[in-house]
Design a protein around this ligand. Structure first.
Ligand code: URA
Length: 273
């Protein structure tokens, strides 16, 4: 059965529909040995030999997206020259080479996304795209409404003013408070520095949300694959942000078809390194 080339590439889990269109337009796709740049080209995946960047579509590494609850006292990197535990130690059974999207401090815990989808990771991490991240924090002393207002307006740090945060009181005890704080920047130790600046040092920090992803009740040290819905939401978020950046004249319709998890098969070929 003949289908549009970009749909076949997207269906293989190699790229979103929009990215597949870009690959075709850039001359990086061949069908039966010939470069195809026409977006409407129809192919029969069962009969035609489709290659992207010289690699046969069927041998392309599918995208994998994992959500890990990083425990406290674990590095959020894959290696640590100091020999401390890293997130890699928690990815048992995963033989695909995935990378952490962003960092959490050694003593922080919570939601970490790991993927082999480099372009998506770059977009989510780029400060320009402001993906919101929410942290549940326990801080010293009872936080006043004044301090919350300060955090919501932005606080002065040594590397400049922070952009406004969204802050919600969760519960308070006699000697400390629990807050949910959402920020759209990703400066180093940002939440700790913001809370320090208003006189409430952080005692405990857990990332509970990143863009459309929720930590939920995943236990520290456990990981799971993103659901199809989550992976598509992430892709759409990244594509939406890129399209907004490029301006309306370059905007390409976002993929309507949801890509199934089977498309992102958990390949056992590569190693987590
Ligand atoms: N902000 C911090 O201060 N630490 C983290 O680990 C994440 C955000």
């Amino acid at each position: 059965m003949e289908v549009r080339l970009q749909k076949v590439i997207a269906g293989a889990g190699l790229a979103s529909r929009r990215k597949a269109e870009e690959l075709i337009a850039a001359g990086r796709v061949t069908v039966n040995g010939k470069v195809v740049t026409e977006l409407g080209t129809k192919v029969d995946p069962a009969r035609d030999h489709i290659k992207v960047d010289g690699k046969h579509l069927s041998s392309a590494q599918p995208y994998v997206y994992l959500l890990l609850n990083k425990p406290k006292n674990v590095m959020s990197t894959l290696n640590d020259p100091g020999g401390r535990p890293t997130v890699k130690d928690y990815l048992r059974g995963i033989s695909v080479r995935v990378f952490p999207v962003g960092r959490l401090d050694f003593d922080s815990e919570g939601l970490m996304l790991l993927t082999n989808h480099g372009d998506l990771a770059q977009t989510l991490l780029h400060p320009r795209y402001h993906v919101p991240k929410t942290y549940l924090i326990k801080v010293k002393q009872v936080v006043t409404d004044d301090h919350i207002r300060q955090l919501e307006q932005g606080v002065q740090l040594e590397d400049g003013m922070t952009s406004p945060a969204v802050v919600k009181k969760v519960k308070k005890a006699k000697l400390n408070s629990w807050l949910e704080i959402t920020i759209r920047e990703g400066r180093q130790h940002q939440v700790k520095r913001m809370m320090e600046a208003v006189g409430h040092p952080v005692l405990k920090l857990t990332r509970i949300k990143m863009g459309p992803l929720l930590l939920g009740d995943l236990a520290p040290g456990d990981f799971r694959y993103l659901t199809d819905r989550e992976a598509n939401a992430l892709r759409e978020l990244a594509e939406h942000k890129l399209a907004a950046e490029e301006g309306p004249e370059k905007k390409v319709a976002r993929p309507k078809k949801k890509i199934s998890r089977a498309g992102w098969a958990r390949s056992k070929k590569a190693k987590v390194v």
